[in-house]
Design a binder for this molecule. Structure first.
Ligand SMILES: [Zn+2]
Length: 62
């Protein structure tokens, strides 16, 4: 018999939302028009129009 803690853990793992593919790097929301930037580790990231200003302020490159 499984303990209640294991059952709770399994519930959270199975119900954890997977990050959508076309999601903004900052706000994690899905957006149709994402812009490509590179972060401080030179990793490609996608930024929605609402977070572009934030990306620009952090000097992320296009
Ligand atoms: Zn965003």
């Amino acid at each position: 018999m499984k303990s209640i803690l294991i059952k709770i853990k399994e519930y959270f793992i199975s119900s954890a939302p997977k990050p959508p593919k076309n999601a903004c790097y900052f706000c994690k929301r899905k957006a149709a028009d994402l812009r490509n930037y590179r972060n401080e580790r030179n990793k490609k990231i996608k930024v929605c129009y609402l977070c572009v200003e934030y990306a620009e302020r952090r000097a992320y490159r296009k």
